[in-house]
Design a protein. Structure first.
Length: 382
């Protein structure tokens, strides 16, 4: 990882060391059990909050630290991924897609009540945008919120919501105006609000340790003060949030690829065939060299975009490229890792089997690969 040295300073290394110790102590001994149970203890949020992990990147006055420090967040995210469970990282980190709009645009009374609780791990935050009728087409979402005095009445449904079952707070995209992106708003909906219910816990190919749910709004009464930002200006808030989410998914993809490569190298050194380690055979040696090269290129390009974001520059096109490239490389490396390990790579007891399953969602979540290409083409003037 020599290429990464210029991006991280001593404070980032302290973050990395702290999160790595947390993962080794609080997650790794139990992760296989949690994966099979398809959930991890709610208590882990409290532990991560107490360790300062959930607050990284958020304002100090609200209980956070390293406000605006992109590479502190990158370092923490990479270390959490060493748990080998994308589902756990997604579930524990669902605040990072649900909370930023609250921090940036919610009314002070709402922000000061909600944010410290979430950063402490006392409450769980989720983002609710995707609907049964469409995911990536955010501008045409159907869930409707109608102003009725000092409340909005919300009707509609959401699906594929990470942390949807046990979240306490939901940042919900709704339609308050006409058709298209100009009629979209964001509301904070709290669990227990009359008319709001959580459906079944959805069964998934991967990310077993995260809960994923359907949400239903049946004349759900949400106080007007829970409007996030300006009415009918929610689409821009969602799009701004997507850039950070896409960076996070690229980081997850690169770490998935790194873990797959590490497991492949370990296997190549230890597994014997025809009297010598399989890694001594040229065909496998060259494949591993290519895997390492692809990973380094992907990671460096992702870090480059993170640095641009840290400098306050717009990277709409480039972060879409980084997400697509990183998820493509993760696709290739997880596939190769299973192939290298053969029958053992297909067994649930091996990490690469989980990496292979978990990886598949990364080119879908946060905007599909196809949507990323549409964004890239549009930024190119096409």
């Amino acid at each position: 990882m020599a290429a990464s040295l210029s991006y991280f300073d001593e404070s980032h290394q302290l973050v990395r060391d702290s999160v790595r110790r947390f993962v080794e102590r609080e997650i790794l001994p139990y992760i296989d059990e949690w994966e099979e149970a398809e959930e991890f203890p709610r208590e882990l949020y409290l532990k991560a909050g107490a360790a300062g992990i959930l607050g990284i990147g958020y304002p100090e006055q609200l209980g956070g630290s390293h406000e605006g420090d992109v590479f502190a967040k990158v370092a923490a995210s990479e270390e959490l991924m060493r748990s080998g469970s994308g589902g756990l990282v997604a579930g524990l980190g669902s605040l990072d897609i649900g909370l930023p709009p609250i921090v940036k645009w919610a009314k002070p009374v709402v922000r000061e009540r909600v944010v410290p609780q979430v950063l402490a791990g006392e409450k769980i935050m989720a983002l609710a945008v995707t609907e049964p009728t469409g995911g990536s087409d955010v501008a045409n979402l159907k869930t409707r919120a109608v102003r009725d005095g000092d409340h909005y009445r919300v009707n509609g449904s959401k699906t594929f919501i990470t942390s949807g079952v046990r979240a306490d707070y939901y940042t919900v995209a709704v339609r308050t105006g006409g058709e298209g992106f100009g009629g979209v708003s964001l509301l904070l909906v709290e669990k227990g609000t009359p008319g709001f219910s959580v459906g079944r816990k959805l069964k998934k190919m991967g990310w077993w340790a995260s809960d994923t749910a359907e949400l239903f709004f049946d004349d759900c009464k949400v106080p007007v003060e829970n409007l996030i930002g300006v009415e009918n200006a929610g689409f821009a808030c969602i799009m701004a949030n997507f850039q950070s989410e896409r960076l996070s998914l690229a980081i997850m993809a690169n770490m998935t690829a790194q873990l797959a490569l590490q497991e492949s190298l370990k296997w190549a050194r230890e597994r014997q065939a025809f009297g010598k380690p399989v890694g001594k055979f040229q065909v496998l040696k060259h494949r591993l060299a290519e895997m390492a090269t692809q990973l380094e290129v992907s990671r460096e390009f992702t870090y480059c975009q993170a640095a641009q974001m840290a400098a306050g520059r717009s990277v709409i096109k480039e972060i879409s490229m980084a997400k697509n490239f990183a998820t493509d490389i993760a696709d290739r490396l997880t596939y190769d890792a299973v192939q290298i390990m053969g029958g053992m790579g297909y067994m649930r007891e091996t990490l690469v089997e989980r990496l292979y399953r978990d990886n598949r969602i990364l080119s879908i979540g946060g905007g599909t690969r196809e949507i990323m290409n549409e964004i890239i083409a549009k930024q190119m003037g096409l």
